[in-house]
Design a binder for this molecule. Sequence first.
Ligand code: NAD
Length: 424
Amino acid sequence: MEKERREKPEFHTPVYEMALRQFDIAAARLNLDPNVAQRLRSPKRALIVSVPIRMDDGSIRVFEGYRVQHTMVLGPAKGGTRYHPDVNLGEVSALAMWMSWKCALIGLPLGGSKGGIRCNPKEMSRGELQRLTRRYTTEIFPLIGPERDIPGPDVGTDGQTMSWLMDTYSMQVGYTVPGIATGKPVNIGGSLGRIEATGRGVVYTAIEAAKRLNIDLSSSTAVIQGFGNVGYVAAKILHEMGCKVIAVSNSGGGVYNENGLDISRLYEFSKENPILSESKLGGEITNKELLELKCDILIPAALSAQIHENNAKNVKCKILAEGANGPTTPEADKILSEKGVFIIPDILANSGGVTVSYFEWVQDLQNFFWKEKEINEKLRDILVSAFESVMTLVKREKVDHRTAALMMGIKKITDAMLVRGLYP
Ligand code: NAD
């Protein structure tokens, strides 16, 4: 029993195993020092908290929350906060690990972390969500701070959630600390361009991939799973560029129109009704069918493990731009690579979010705010340069895109670990 526990710690869930398998492939290619690899296969710290709150009907409910820090060797940890019924320690730990590789890959002086609460925010009132966020912030208080670990939004959380988190932290310390969270509204220290940053970054990397495949984006087709922050912004920018977004979906199913969807009308409709097919802007399509549509660019922008060994052979896109974290399993990776799909791995494709979160944190620490044009230009420079470095490594090492991206991120972290040395 003790041996089993040591071999399979509490955070070893299927999503964590997936993150580990990706790590092991890249670590083997890097000939990584086994002592360093052993450390990086587990989080640095993981905190599980009970979050009791008073519900609107007067009853008390206790939710389970998490904050996991994977590495802090390059700087304070950075990671989003997920409110979803499937949140668990393994998923949060995997997401924290991916954040480490992502921050290092694009050259940010940050480590990787993630947090979340197992709850269904769609079934909770604004008051309940506010009490949940404030109590959760208080429970994870020992781990977070602008110099330690900076939360941001993720699935099921937004600028309002980050405002409550920032306010709660500030009340605890007695003064306003804008740098404790990113993804805040601009009037309390948020950055211009942050809301759009992840979706915008997905498009910037898709533009680079399209150039390499000689695809003219203004006459291309795109399919997007997830119509939240990442999916909607990517759809909007691609639509503005002339690309036909032929299908999008959310947890209520999808809508398909071979002539291209009117994204702004669909977005307005989705604010009132989550069943996108009822918008009459196109026909109904299931999430399963959507992933198998023929298109130039497929953007999974919802949850992890959506493209797996059972559907990968039916995927017919030319470019897979991973807006979501971990949308493709290692088995599917292999199938897609054999089919010649150009994969832009998640830690590169969706890194625009953490890049502008980093800009937000820097602006907050300096109390000096930048123009949106400057932010988008800096974002593009960082992403295009990371994209080119990954492609150079692909060629030099003859590895697939994901392995190259992971190798770059992991190498930067392990180099820092080795030069810092082992404490004590
Ligand atoms: P969000 O909550 O704004 O949107 C999520 C969307 O996915 C919603 O439209 C929801 O209806 C849809 N969805 C949920 N379950 C689904 C299912 N089974 N099938 C189809 N659609 C489903 O979240 P977001 O911030 O847009 O994040 C989406 C993904 O992008 C996540 O994997 C997240 O980790 C990743 N990501 C987000 C950011 C960011 O800045 N927001 C940054 C990097 C990565």
